[in-house]
Design a protein around this ligand. Sequence first.
Ligand code: SF4
Length: 346
Amino acid sequence: MGNVKAIALFSGGLDSILAARVVADQGIEVIAVKFVTPFFGTEVVEDEARYIEEVKAKYGLDLLVENISQGYLELLHNPSYGFGKNFNPCVDCKIFMVRRARELMQELGASFIITGEVLGQRAMSQRRDTLNVIERDSATKTELLRPLSAKLMNPTQAELDGLVDREKLYNFSGRGRSRQLALAKELGITDFPAPAGGCILADPILSKRIRKIYAGDFVVKPGEISERDVSLMLLGRQFVLPDGHWFVLGRDEGENNRLEALASDEDVCLYMEQRPGPFGLLRRGKDIPLKTNEAFYQTLCGLIVRYGKKVKDGPRGSQVTICEQDTKSFLFSDPLDDEISRPWLF
Ligand code: SF4
């Protein structure tokens, strides 16, 4: 087949694995692309090299990881095709990804794009008319190949040109998974993630937090949203204090470390040195100096102590370290009463 290349959208789910493999097994060089944002693909960012190796070892696919956060955060302001059940703009999301895949196709000299879409599998985003909209709006009408449902669709240019053997493609449709599972078995693919999950925008609880930012009901305003804000918002125990300030506490060591890594010069960090407990991050705390806001910090220290480890037969209170940029200060506090802080939980 010579030097024929294709770009495959790779979510990591079974359909995307199968679609890429079906084409790769025809001797075409498939470059699988994993798009990441703070809403999906975050597990990849933690150890990109390991993930790339894993995909190669398990599925025999070469993977490229692409962070598309910037444009994606914009898209959420006003998606043309609206949202699904939660804050998931699935149709616009697909168009956005296919458009980016088209650019990659041109940059990398590939001839077509592969997706794992299956006709009729999802109520909104995989209906025939929606699949047509995705092709039209991403300008990929002849370049977008869905190998799992290809035989139910018009041939793409790659099939017409004989780059891909249409006879070796499939006619899957609907919600059932049995044909995909049988194909996986046939291709020797045994280790793949369970269906569903993975996208925070489709999560009924977490997506509410994101919706709140975009609705302008939060200390971070819609025009200012950054990738870091979204990551912060999805981490730990969240508080919005009565004056609107945003304070996040880690719930375990892993979250403490992630919060610490997300802290910037604009933020103020609080923690206890004498006993285990949460790492606290006050977003944009540099605008609230300790020197002139001691009572406010006393409250935050009370929250740190409240969620810290209790000392058996020891004092209830503890010293808390407050880091404002390079300056360390200390306050002593008793645990804050839950009755006071409960309404601030976000
Ligand atoms: S579930 Fe999330 S990642 Fe998947 S199409 Fe919808 S918005 Fe995009």
